[in-house]
Structure formats: structure tokens, C-alpha cells
Design a binder for this molecule. Structure first.
Ligand code: FAD
Length: 449
């Protein structure tokens, strides 16, 4: 008889891991502090839609739910850059047919995963918030929505309870975790862009960006033909910042949105109203030195490594954690020593989490500023040309992160080496493309023979 496992948090990672573990014969209880999203939807919370990429696809396929998720996903084949003068410019993610990411609805994805977890045999307990416990005794204390207390026991406890993890607090009681939370000095607000006459109001198969150097607005398509836009701004400081928005006159906000996002203003008549009234979300990076306590408890997903959203990889990395654990269990013949497995998980995954955390921070600058830089645009075109000419032999850093499962740390290291070469060759802007390509092919070892 395999030991009962408690998964705290029935969000994206908790629900997916529940499926994977149930299918490996484990007895799983999932404790989620919110009510069942399949009954009424989860109001508020994190982003409405998410970019799903290769690492996430692999984990969903492993859990047997990929087809269901893809049925509702909208492909995004590149970035549509919206300039202040209303002109658009499309930058494809890559030259190959599979070089695209997908926009998925967070709440529907969560509901699909919870349904599949339940169908696989997981017992789901909603409205149960972990408030205390004793990991050595395998004891967990939950408070329900009416204030009632419930004690539960489990031999193995998995903390999938997000950035403010209660399981993490329990582990920290047993050993110092070396925890550091770096809040980002920018926050975000979401804005709804409704369909126009039943159709997408913007090009549907793109991730739209309004890059404005110090800040930006993005939009991802939804299956119902609406878009969810996200405005990222400094939290404090002069206009435009969220602090400024808090005290600005409505006319001032109107004037700013008309000047910075003229095309969007035409599509979202209440843009200023939404920007002023919608809740402000915070962002940050969580760094931990340790992710587990012996074979008793482990952290996965945001509970272990929350990152800023600018590479669209937080969920993908969380799903990759789940796949890693399932595949590691399979390698033990289904009978893992949890202490060894959790130690190996932390040892192998932490450098990857650190690498994607750093790349996610770097990508904010790329999205809000670099995409406007002619030299960056030329580099992206050259990267695409090299990818087209040398399929399987050359991949840009973006492609390695989004379209492959190459370990993040390896993608980052290769990306740095590539960047040094591009910096060297792009310094002279007068060299024609054909000559530049040949030089780059040579430098990247892509020449035949
Ligand atoms: C604006 C924004 C945009 C993003 N865009 C993307 C994207 O495009 N692509 C991408 O890959 N990632 C994206 N992310 C990151 C992604 O949202 C997270 O990485 C992902 O949600 C992590 O999943 P998780 O299950 O670890 O945590 P969560 O999704 O936070 O789930 C944690 C669950 O635990 C529950 N819980 C919390 N405390 C307790 C408790 N005490 N007891 C019981 N249950 C508890 C919560 O209710 C929740 O259901 C984005 C994030 C933000 C903020």
C-alpha cells in the first residue's frame, strides 16, 4: 500500500501533479483554500490567460489531458508590436510551423485539471486553507470557509500552494530555507477587450505588445474571441505610474491613454475607466536555497520558485516540476524513497528555476524596450534566417526556452554565448545581411564540412 500523499493547493501545479500521482497508484488528497472552480468560477486572482509552451505541453501530454486543453487554446505565432502612431509590425517567433505558443484560459485550464484529477481518483477538498501543522508528525491543520478546524494526516506533503505558501512556512520551522522575495518595482492591471461584431478585435494569432520603453501593455487572445490586456507600469514615481493613476484626474488619464495607446482606445471605449478601477497586482521573484524537508515535504511551482511573468514560463516551469517528479517515480519502478527523490528534485530543478527567473526578468526589458530597437530587430531577423537555414542546428534563446525542453540553465548559457557573437558582428551596421549571415554561420559552426 503506497503512503497517502497530501497536496496543498489545487491550482495549476497541484491539480496536474494529483493526476500524475493518482495514475501511478498513489492515494491523493488535494486541499484547496478556495471553493470548487467548476461550480462558479474563481473570481479575481492571477492573470486570466496564460501562454502555454513546450514544457507545459509535455507535462499535459504525460497526464493524458493535452487534447482537452488544446481544444480551447488559441495559437500565438509572434509578437505584434503597436507603435504610438498606430502602426503595427509583426515579429514571428520562428520560421518553422511549430514555432508558436498558445493562449489558454487559467480558470478553465484549472477546472479541466481538477476534473481529470478527480476522475483519476484524487479526493478534492475545497474551502480548506492550511493554517498550521507539524511535518515530523505528518499533521496538517486546515480552516474551512466557516471557520471550522480540521486535522488531517499524510506521510508525504506536497506544497503546491503558490507564492505565499503555507507549507513553506512549515518547512521553514524545521530548517532555514534561505528565502528571499524580490518584489518587482512594477505592478499590473488587467483590461478586457471584448469581441467586435462577434470577431476578434485584433489579429488573433499574435501576442500584442504596446512597448513604451519604461512600461508596456500586452494583449493575449481568448477562445471566446475577446482579448485580455495587461498593463505593466512602475508602482511609484512620476506619470505614468500606478501611484500617479491613484491621484490623477480622469482627463489626464484619458489624455495619456489616447497618446500612448491610440488604437486600443478606439477598441476599448472605457479603457481609462478600467485602468483606474481594476485591482493592482504585484509581481516578484522568490529565491529559495532549499525546497524540501527530508522525505516528508516538498515545494513545487510558485511555492518554490515564483517568477515575474515576462517569459510566460511560470506555469510551464511548474508543470515541468510535475513531469520531473512523475518521471523520477517511474525510474524507481513506482516505489520511491521520498527523501532521495526530493533531494534530487531540488538539486536538479533549482538551477533551472534560477535560470528562468533571471531570463524572465531580462525579458521585461526585451518586451517593453528592445523590440523597438532596430539592432535588436535585425538580430531577431538574422536568428530566424539561421533557424530557417539550419533546422535543428541553430535555435535562438527564445526558441530554446519556448519550443524545446532543453534545461533552462543550458538555454541561458547558450543564449549568452550567442549574444556575444551577435554583439561582435552587429556592431558594424553597414555589413549587408548576406555577408553577415555567412560570418554568423561560421562563428556558430554552421558551415558544411
Ligand atoms: C500576470 C501574470 C501573468 C502570467 N502569465 C503566465 C504565462 O503566460 N505563462 C506561464 O507559464 N505562467 C504565467 N504566469 C505564472 C503562473 O501564473 C504561475 O507560475 C502558476 O500559476 C503557478 O502555479 P502554482 O500551481 O504553482 O501556483 P498557483 O497557481 O498560485 O496555485 C496555488 C494554489 O494554492 C492555493 N492555496 C494557497 N494557499 C493555500 C493554503 N494555505 N491552503 C490551501 N490552498 C492554498 C491557491 O488558492 C491556489 O489555487 C503569470 C503570472 C502572472 C501574475
Amino acid at each position: 500500500m503506497k503512503p497517502p500523499i497530501a497536496i496543498v493547493g489545487g491550482g495549476l501545479a497541484g491539480a496536474l501533479l494529483a493526476i500524475l500521482l493518482c495514475r501511478r497508484g498513489f492515494s491523493i488528497d488535494v486541499f484547496e483554500k478556495r471553493s470548487d472552480p467548476r461550480l462558479g468560477g474563481w473570481a479575481g486572482g492571477r492573470s486570466i490567460n496564460l501562454a502555454l509552451a513546450e514544457r507545459g505541453l509535455h507535462a499535459l501530454a504525460l497526464a493524458g489531458v493535452l487534447d482537452r486543453v488544446l481544444a480551447e487554446a488559441v495559437p500565438m505565432r509572434g509578437r505584434m508590436i503597436h507603435a504610438r502612431d498606430g502602426k503595427n509590425h509583426f515579429q514571428a517567433y520562428g520560421p518553422h510551423p511549430n514555432d508558436f505558443i498558445r493562449s489558454v484560459h487559467r480558470a478553465r485550464l484549472n477546472a479541466t485539471l481538477l476534473g481529470a484529477a478527480e476522475a483519476s481518483g484524487a479526493r478534492l477538498h475545497f474551502g480548506m486553507s492550511l493554517i498550521d501543522g507539524d511535518l515530523r508528525a505528518g499533521r496538517l491543520l486546515f480552516r474551512d470557509e466557516l471557520g471550522g478546524l480540521h486535522e488531517r494526516h499524510a506521510q508525504v506533503i506536497i506544497g503546491a500552494d503558490g507564492i505565499a505558501s503555507a507549507v513553506r512556512r512549515l518547512i521553514a520551522r524545521e530548517k532555514p530555507l534561505g528565502e528571499r522575495l524580490d518584489p518587482l518595482d512594477h505592478g499590473y492591471k488587467e483590461i478586457h477587450l471584448a469581441p467586435r461584431a462577434g470577431e476578434f478585435a485584433l489579429e488573433p494569432e499574435a501576442l500584442h505588445i504596446w512597448p513604451r520603453l519604461g512600461y508596456m501593455l500586452i494583449a493575449l487572445p481568448n477562445a471566446d474571441r475577446s482579448f485580455t490586456c495587461t498593463l505593466f507600469l512602475p508602482r511609484v514615481g512620476p506619470a505614468p505610474s500606478f501611484a500617479w493613476l491613484g491621484s490623477a484626474l480622469r482627463d489626464e488619464v484619458e489624455q495619456w491613454t489616447r497618446q500612448d495607446f491610440p488604437d486600443l482606445c478606439a477598441l476599448v471605449p472605457d479603457l481609462s475607466e478600467q485602468i483606474i478601477s481594476h485591482p493592482l497586482g504585484e509581481l516578484g521573484t522568490l529565491w529559495l536555497e532549499h525546497w524540501h524537508f527530508e522525505g516528508r515535504a516538498v515545494l513545487i511551482g510558485d511555492a518554490a520558485h515564483a517568477i515575474v511573468p515576462f517569459h510566460g514560463q511560470g506555469m510551464n516551469a511548474a508543470f515541468e516540476d510535475c513531469a520531473w517528479i512523475a518521471e523520477a517515480i517511474d525510474r524507481t519502478g513506482g516505489e520511491p524513497d521520498w527523501g532521495e527523490l526530493f533531494a534530487a528534485f531540488a538539486r536538479e530543478r533549482k538551477p533551472q528555476a534560477d535560470a528562468i527567473a533571471a531570463m524572465a526578468l531580462e525579458n521585461y526589458e526585451e518586451m517593453r524596450a528592445k523590440v523597438l530597437d532596430p539592432r535588436f530587430q535585425r538580430q531577431r531577423e538574422l536568428e530566424r534566417e539561421l533557424e530557417r537555414r539550419h533546422p535543428g542546428r541553430f535555435r535562438s534563446r527564445y526558441a530554446m526556452v519556448m519550443f524545446t525542453r532543453l534545461p533552462y540553465a543550458e538555454a541561458r548559457a547558450q543564449g549568452m554565448r550567442q549574444q556575444q557573437i551577435f554583439d561582435r558582428f552587429l556592431a558594424d551596421a553597414t555589413v549587408p545581411d548576406e555577408i553577415l549571415i555567412r560570418r554568423l554561420e561560421e562563428a556558430f559552426g554552421l558551415t558544411p564540412g
